[in-house]
Design a protein around this ligand. Structure first.
Ligand code: MLT
Length: 265
């Protein structure tokens, strides 16, 4: 469905019934990347899956924006759907957004799933790489970004054995507007350091990481877990950065097992 929230038209998929589970996609994909988790979890949870502004079928606002603005979209989305509190799960950029949402409205977050993500801000070098990538997106289009990113988003096992998934990810990225990709890079470049937030994140938290994730590697996930009071860690074998797509059964099982450990009351 399409909803107008925070003065923007957002495309949002909603599936199933039960405790609300808001799933936030990675950069530069779209909500459809959560299809395996919809299949696995919709019999027990109400999944709310937006295309983040600009991506997929959601509207891209004209001017530059920050991840805090995107978090405002998400809070307005929960308001509009009448959801006081949700389990919030995000992969990579989705995790950055989960931190931003928690910073603005901690009372809306019942639990967190932080997949293949990291709390630290960008180094100066990483920021420059993002600005270069934004230029590439604007000058050469989304397909060029897909070509550059797929070999790093997917783990070695997937790259060796699952060319169909590589094609699917390439096509999800290639279907996005170049300007959305550029704007998101610019927003991520100026995101704050979320490490100071970690000790305050007392809600039940599942950290998930692909064992072959080169972008946010298992060592980063372990450091994040150590800094949080109530986090458990699931390492997904034979998966890279897009662990939910690369090993959907392992990923969904880890999430279902975690969700079964607490109630939504
Ligand atoms: C993602 O998968 O969302 C990206 O790797 C995030 C990033 O570029 O930092």
């Amino acid at each position: 469905m399409d909803l107008t929230v925070n003065n923007l038209r957002l495309h949002v998929e909603e599936h199933g019934q039960g405790p609300p589970l808001l799933l936030l996609h990675a950069f530069p994909l779209r909500g459809a990347m959560w299809a395996p988790q919809v299949a696995a979890l919709q019999n027990r949870y109400r999944l709310i899956i937006p295309d983040i502004r600009g991506f997929g079928d959601s509207e891209l606002p004209g001017a530059g924006y920050t991840l805090d603005d995107v978090a405002q979209d998400l809070i307005a989305l929960l308001d509009q759907l009448g959801i006081a509190q949700a389990i919030v799960g995000g992969l990579s950029m989705g995790g950055y957004l989960a931190f931003a949402l928690y910073r603005q409205a901690p009372e809306r977050v019942r639990a967190l799933i932080l997949a293949d993500t990291k709390p630290q801000e960008d180094s100066d070098e990483a920021r420059q790489t993002r600005y270069a990538s934004a230029r590439t997106a604007r000058e050469q289009g989304a397909a060029a970004i897909a070509e550059a990113m797929v070999p790093r988003l997917l783990g070695a096992t997937t790259l060796r054995t699952n060319s169909a998934l590589a094609d699917e990810v390439r096509s999800m990225i290639g279907g996005n507007q170049p300007e959305a990709i550029a704007a998101a890079q610019e927003a991520m470049a100026v995101r704050p350091d979320s490490r100071p937030l970690l000790p305050q994140l007392a809600v039940p938290t599942l950290i998930v990481v692909g064992a072959e994730d080169l972008l946010t590697p298992p060592a980063d996930a372990r450091a994040m877990q150590a800094a949080m009071p109530n986090a458990q860690l699931a390492e997904i074998a034979a998966a890279g950065h897009l662990s939910n797509l690369e090993q959907p059964e392992q990923f969904s099982q880890a999430v279902a097992g975690f969700l079964a450990t607490f109630s939504m009351s």
